[in-house]
Design a protein around this ligand. Sequence first.
Ligand SMILES: [Fe+2]
Ligand SMILES: [Fe+2]
Length: 165
Amino acid sequence: MLKEKVETALNNQIKEELYSSYLYLSMAAFFENQNFSGFSNWMRIQAQEEYGHAMKIYNYILERGGNVKLQKIDAPKGTWQNQLEAFEDTLKHEQKVSKSIYDLVELSFAEKDHATNTFLHWFVNEQVEEESTALKIVERVKLTGDNKGALFILDRELGMRSTAK
Ligand SMILES: [Fe+2]
Ligand SMILES: [Fe+2]
């Protein structure tokens, strides 16, 4: 059985992952409206991945005989100044999610819940990748500077991302 504290924290993490999905869907719509379909495609896939993260936790709670209690999800921002601001927000958001995963890991230690601790390892590794990918795109957008052509090349490249993990 899951301890109540752990169950509450896992339910909270489901909300964080679904909020992430919401945020990236919002960015996808924003990019589409700017005619950057590649950036939009990347964000749509990212949103699917975040939904998958939420479902991993959802299934884990059920597997442990716990209760899934879905929470209210805040509305994300809908506009950004440009690609750079959106990806800087993405990076900041992923750093925040990493922190919340680390808090969960600490809690699982404190509550001696080794199963949850092991379950969370996947998320710790995933966050390393999420932060690194977001940072890489921030740096690449910065490199394009005022060069619209370079931005469209990056858009085409991000448009090639095809599946959620
Ligand atoms: Fe996630
Ligand atoms: Fe993420």
